[in-house]
Write a protein that binds this ligand. Structure first.
Ligand code: FES
Length: 407
């Protein structure tokens, strides 16, 4: 049979150790071909290759049925072999697996009674696997979340008035692992691709963030990532618990997102749960730019994600305007997106809601794009003026010297 396994290209590897210390991996010699290290390696020293092997079989019990599958598969691969369908978005298959790197736990199934992420968990002889939605719903969801500390600048969804001249902590934030995108410039890749760590229930994460709020004496609590929205049930329950633990009217609950996983009904549910502020990163207007920035190679999939992000932003700027604070983040680096495309994005946003707060982010060398040159202050101010000329009234730009506010 043909299997996928990850191979290390020694000439590219710089021995950073991320694939062994941050990724939950059974070891190169027993590789399951989950692909988590391939997505995460900053040096791109890992690649998936096909290998033809005869492997012994292991016997599992899946939803009450005995099944035999070759050893050294992930549970997700084994379930797919058994005819289970796997979707990227909820409701598109028996299982939903958006990140496939072990961070979001949206793919979690019960293994010997305990929740485990199917995308990275290796099959083992004698495992009892339960994928029944009712059985999974009876367990509290989990996901990997890190950080829980104060932030001096806030994010895209932090109102300028809350940042300007504050000179201290602006909010507290935590960071969820797992992302659907594969941005070569990922600004937080060490959290995004992490799969080692203790997964948290929404309630425990809300306790940690509430304690951080009390310690830093701020009003604002934020979740970012990775991509915060991937595990819908987890995020909704997290916001509900935060609201319960922070009933004072000053408390602000801020979600930072790339927007591609949101839908109008998901946004409505987040609002009901307690969302007050949202920061949406829009990566592009043109498909080719979106693919360049997000690393999504498959054109149809990329087009779908881009359309979803814009639909979510349009819904926020029309139907939900005034009920939730909306900030939009736009990327800028001349190597990634043209000023003309940014101006077109600005015009489209201004036509929807000219008062929306827009922050242009100066994309710096990060992760796999160490070749990038960080835009200078004058260049960023030029982009800011260009967006203002497109009709936007509240444009902020991020520069290496700090943020330049509206006006
Ligand atoms: S899809 Fe498995 S943890 Fe995200």
């Amino acid at each position: 049979m043909v299997f996928r396994i990850a191979r290390r290209n020694r000439s590219r590897c710089d021995d950073c150790g991320y694939c062994t210390t941050a990724i939950s991996c059974p070891g190169e010699e027993v590789c399951t071909g989950c692909g988590a290290c391939v997505a995460a390696c900053p040096s791109q020293a890992k690649e998936l290759v096909l290998t033809e092997e005869v492997r012994p079989e292991v016997e599992l019990t899946v939803d009450g049925q005995p099944v035999k599958v070759p050893e050294r598969l992930t549970l997700l691969q084994a379930l797919e072999q058994q005819g289970y369908t796997v979707g990227i978005f909820p409701g598109e298959g028996h299982l939903t697996a958006p990140c496939r790197t072990g961070g979001c736990w949206a793919c979690a199934v019960r293994v010997d009674g305990e929740l485990k992420p199917a995308c990275i968990t290796p099959v083992k002889d004698g495992m009892v696997v339960d994928t029944n939605p009712a059985s999974l719903a009876s367990r509290e969801p989990r996901r990997l979340v890190f950080g829980f500390s104060g932030h001096l600048v806030g994010g895209v969804g932090t109102p300028w008035e809350a940042k300007a001249g504050r000179g201290g902590w602006v909010e507290v934030a935590c960071f969820a692992a797992g992302c659907i995108l594969r941005c070569p410039t990922c600004q937080n890749w060490e959290t995004t691709f992490r799969s080692r760590g203790e997964p948290l229930t929404p309630e425990l994460a809300a306790v940690f963030l509430t304690r951080a709020r009390q310690g830093y004496e701020v009003e604002r609590m934020a979740i970012s990532g990775g991509e915060s929205t991937l595990n819908r049930r987890w995020l909704v329950e997290f916001l509900s618990h935060l609201k319960e633990f922070n009933p004072d009217p000053a408390a602000r609950l801020h979600v930072d997102t790339n927007s591609v996983y949101l839908t109008p009904d998901y946004l409505d549910e987040l609002l009901t749960a307690g969302l007050t502020d949202i920061g949406c990163d829009l990566k592009a207007l043109e498909l080719s730019t979106f693919q360049r920035i997000t690393g999504i190679r498959e054109e149809g999939f990329a087009a779908r994600l881009l359309a979803r992000a814009w639909e979510a932003v349009e819904y926020l700027l029309t139907e939900l305007w005034g009920r939730v604070f909306v900030g939009i983040g736009l990327p800028y680096n001349a190597a990634l997106i043209s000023p003309e495309e940014l101006a077109a994005i600005g015009a489209r946003l201004a036509a929807l809601q000219p008062e929306v707060q827009v922050t242009v982010l100066d994309y710096r060398p990060e992760f796999r794009r160490q070749d990038l040159v960080r835009p200078g202050t004058a260049e960023m101010l030029g982009v800011k003026r260009l967006l203002e000329r497109a009709g936007l009234k509240k444009v902020i730009c991020q520069t290496y010297r700090g943020h330049v506010g509206p006006g």
